[in-house]
Design a protein around this ligand. Sequence first.
Ligand code: SAH
Ligand code: SF4
Ligand code: F3S
Length: 459
Amino acid sequence: MSKTGPDTNTKSVFIKTYGCQMNVYDSERMKDVLAPIGYATVDSPDGADLVVLNTCHIREKATEKVYSELGQMKKLKQAQGGKMTIAVAGCVAQAEGAEIMRRQPAVDLVLGPQAYHKLPEMIARVHRSTGERLETEFETLEKFDALPKSRTADGPTAFLSVQEGCDKFCTFCVVPYTRGAELSRPVDDITLEARNLASQGVREVQLLGQNVNAYHGAAPAIEGGDEWTLAQLVRHLSKIGGFDRIRYTTSHPRDMDDDLIAAHADTPELMPFLHLPVQSGSNNILKAMNRGHTREHYLDIMRRMKDARPDMALASDFIVGFPGESDKDFEDTMDLVREVGYAIAYSFKYSERPGTPAAEMFGQVPEDVKNERLQALQALLREQQTAFNASKIGETVQVLVTGTGRNEGQMHGRSPWLQAVHFDATPDLIGQIIDVEIVGASLNSLTGQLPGQSKEVAA
Ligand code: SAH
Ligand code: SF4
Ligand code: F3S
């Protein structure tokens, strides 16, 4: 057979992403690796040649979800007469490795977060039925070096991983085991990817890392010197042109330096939003968690951030029911929440993770106590989130228009404080930053109108 047309050449891949933004970024990069070998992305696993589950191991529920999803994929694969390659990527792949293929034999290949550049080679091995189908080595920079330099941007916002891995070893957390040691990408490498994104119309970039403010990447070759901090990287990216908005996530209190706080005051492109997880408001629990910071240190950072940028929206993650957490410890958390006042926060019941120190600790908290505490904390956080959103009513805010809304004629966008904003407008505004008057607010979003719109309606 000689020539095949483009259609017969095209294979389809369905990628399902669980977990954090790093996984979202990685899924995008897997698409970039697969496109040159003929894979087009599809929205459903039904009939797909390749299915990739990009998994999360952070809590027990997250891991269990993967196995139930794999059960579904197995049925689809059977319905297709076995003509579907099933790949498991991400943190469950890294943590459980070959065990996944034992538990679900329909899985063809397993690859950890540092192995995505090897995906084409691994697919070829499956098709040839030879060679290793498990790749869980840690070679982070090799991955970044080997991934295609250009990316396909998907709209006016984009993620950009600048740092991976974690050396903090919080006693509850699997990330240091699934993502490996902290590593930062060189500034030149990031600049190349950033320019590529900006040239495709990306206006807002979110720099990612499990400990993004621990960033310490090699300085640009022409500058000499050794390493740059996140603050230096942010200022540099604000100058290369193209980006109107820069964000970063997730930070750790231990790595929050004065210069990064100062950057929030002197770099207008740096958005007024800080996600700084504290996990608990009790010093006893912070110590048992091996967080390496106190409640006081955290509160001091939050105060200084507000001083640097008074409209700063503050965000956090919380864990309730960590082993040994007493009523008083929990009250300390509630108290800290009242003191900080959050724009948004994510809260979880402590989940025992095999192999982590906390799983072996005395004083595991009963499920009903965890439930009660989670409900109380979430009620308070919802109240604060609703109040924060409502505080924008009557203001005219700069909204980056990101896409069309659910209803006819409706568009959605993003405020500087990472709130979703809905308003009536035309799709030609996508990718622009426009003034929107905020007229309503709920727990999860704002509603607005273009300036002057209300007068027309009222007339
Ligand atoms: N690097 C980030 C968080 C990564 S994990 C940081 O240092 O904060 C995202 C969130 O999941 C954590 O902030 C924590 O709140 C939650 N989490 C992690 N391990 C957990 C566990 N074993 N049980 C419950 N929640 C957990
Ligand atoms: Fe996990 Fe702690 Fe590292 Fe965050 S800092 S990824 S919570 S070990
Ligand atoms: Fe989950 Fe791995 Fe992210 S465990 S939260 S996908 S780093």
